[in-house]
Design a protein around this ligand. Sequence first.
Ligand code: PLP
Length: 464
Amino acid sequence: MSDNEGKPTFDPRIQDPDKIRQLSRRGFIGSMAAGAAGVAGASTLLSTTAEAVAAPEPDLPAVPDTPPGGAAPDDEAYWEQVADQFLLRNGVIYMNSGTRGISPISVHKAQLEAIEAVNSDPNMCWSTYSFAGMSEIREKLAAFVGAGVDEVAVTNSTTDGMGLGFMGLELSQGDEILTTNYDYGWVKNMMAFRAKRDGLEFKMVDISDPSFRTPDDPQKVVDAVAAGITPRTRFLTICHINYTDGFVMPVKEICEIARDRGIITLVDGAQPPGMMKMDMSELGCDMYAGAGHKYMLAAQHTGFLYLRNEIADRVHPLIYTGSSNPEWAVTGARKLEQRGSSSYSDRISIGAALDFHNKIGVEAIEARLRYLSQRMSQGLKAIDGVTVYASDDPRMSCALVSFSVKDLDPSFIVGRLWYRSPNIYIRTVGAAGGFRGVRATLHVMDTADQVDTLVDRIASLAQA
Ligand SMILES: Cc1ncc(COP(=O)(O)O)c(C=O)c1O
């Protein structure tokens, strides 16, 4: 067995080893310098520190200042500086933030410093589950998603939030639980599991008809979901954005119908937080599970669950380590966080990621992503043999561009884009009803030039 077995290795096509070395050196040595001030006689440490102090500061780019009024979506000079905030090697085009939104340098550094603090300062051991800065992070998160501060719980992923919301919801034998066949496989599996365990009726609305994919009217989907509701439906979950075709579901309209009929709604928001401006009260859902590690650009193993105060008593923690004394009991969404130790550095990364978004401006980011995805959609639509599934209507699309090329297998397209230079990272998608395609998810590490490069490469493939 090699020493490296199971360990990730540098892939020179993706990573810029120099940037990563600079960062690690700066973080590690910086902490040693701070720590050494209080350590007398530690000669080895001091000599290393002296070397570190003498070492030149690496030239890492800072988050650019936002122009007055926010950057225009096509201000390439500004957005290129933002794109420079990522550790990707120049020449790699990363268009898969819908799976994992790699963190910018400021978030990466904040997380590294938090890891160093935890491992070098015994006082920090408490920080694995509670620390002073957590309320500030929660306040930032609540403001970011348009929720009350008592209505957000920090979770480990979208799936974790979906599980806390759905598995903890009061339901009775014979109740119907409803979703669509375009929802995420893990969520459907979870529903099937609980349905079997608790004697619930699990139903799925079929939205695989192609007319739902590039609809000219969101009402079609509203009607389809509404038709799946019966007097026994008690729970409904839909994606905010379908991860396959990028369709932005008419969440507000669907949640309104559900609320009128006393149905609890849980929205799978794996993609939108960090891509679109969020406002929970405007959406009108009861619960919303989001990812931190995708468009929000926080560390892996981060997410949140919004739990509307009015229904919080109907959702019970699966694990609860808070006090049972009513006087001290934790209520609202935060009761779902009472489950032992957690990761300080992951939580720190959420605060740093929100600072990154807020510095650039949430509206400016959304406008930029819409600009890039429209540019890509229009470019692709002009190529013979290419079908683009993203709607032109901004109500029904945002930063996910899915498409297929006639006679070309999606895996072949993904492989050709990745293994030839410049290396473009996108993924395949597939869903019920035989839908198969490839998906580019655009974020601020992507530039207009890179979008054009993808379009050119697809044009060559389609014509070959
Ligand atoms: C719609 C949807 N739901 C859930 C998930 C799972 O997300 P997480 O990895 O945050 O658990 C994904 C992942 O891509 C997704 O696209």
